[in-house]
Design a protein around this ligand. Structure first.
Ligand SMILES: C[S@@+](CC[C@H](N)C(=O)[O-])C[C@H]1O[C@@H](n2cnc3c(N)ncnc32)[C@H](O)[C@@H]1O
Length: 188
């Protein structure tokens, strides 16, 4: 199935009508402060909009784990990025203990998840499952569509970030993305 159709037919999970564009992808990876030796967790890589830039930025000492719930997207990612590690699972349920035992905690979490589509219980379950594996002083980034961030579930998620992180900042909007979006940069 073409990936735009997959985005639409799985709208309840993807929460988007199209993958993020290259300008937003670069902005997300730059805002996260990813460097060649970072240890990165990507939540909801989808068709790999951010993964491409992460792969370009991470060097031989970098480490990457991508967690994607959608089986079609998961096999597409594995084919496209054979040197990166992906698991097909819901991020809120994935057991990180074996990965963290072998690789250590994450420096950076890059989220492509549609938080504004999640009920509060899922927003909390996801954060409760992943944030303990982020290093102290580690960085969490996630994007929000400009305008959608004013809807109730999106505002609730923004407030939740204050409960989980020491600081939360918002970047400028990337207008050359469809739809325009900005990034929350949160530090533990
Ligand atoms: C808005 S799309 C973003 C995809 C990609 N990061 C981008 O920006 O184009 C959200 C992605 O999160 C995935 N997703 C949704 N719920 C998830 C969950 N509970 N666990 C893991 N992935 C999930 C979807 O399948 C989809 O690939």
């Amino acid at each position: 199935m073409p990936f735009y159709r997959n985005f639409l037919s799985h709208f309840h999970h993807t929460g988007a009508i199209a993958p993020s564009g290259p300008k937003l992808a670069r902005h997300v990876v730059n805002s996260a402060g990813v460097s060649s030796d970072s240890h990165v967790l990507e939540l909801g890589p989808g068709t790999g909009a951010f993964t491409r830039d992460l792969e370009k930025t991470l060097g031989p000492d970098g480490q990457y784990l991508g967690i994607e719930i959608n089986a079609d997207f998961h096999s597409h990612l594995q084919g496209k990025h054979p040197d990166m590690h992906f698991e097909q699972a819901p991020g809120q349920d994935f057991d990180f203990s074996a990965w963290v035992k072998e690789h250590g905690q994450f420096d950076i979490i890059v989220s492509g998840l549609p938080w504004a589509k999640f009920p509060e219980s899922l927003q909390r379950a996801m954060l409760d499952n992943v944030i303990p594996h982020l290093k102290d002083n580690g960085t969490f980034v996630t994007f929000a569509y400009t305008g959608v961030h004013l809807l109730k579930p999106a505002k609730r998620f923004r407030h939740l970030l204050d409960d989980y992180f020491a600081s939360v900042n918002r970047t400028r909007s990337v207008l050359l993305n469809f739809p325009p979006a900005f990034v929350f940069v949160a530090n533990k």
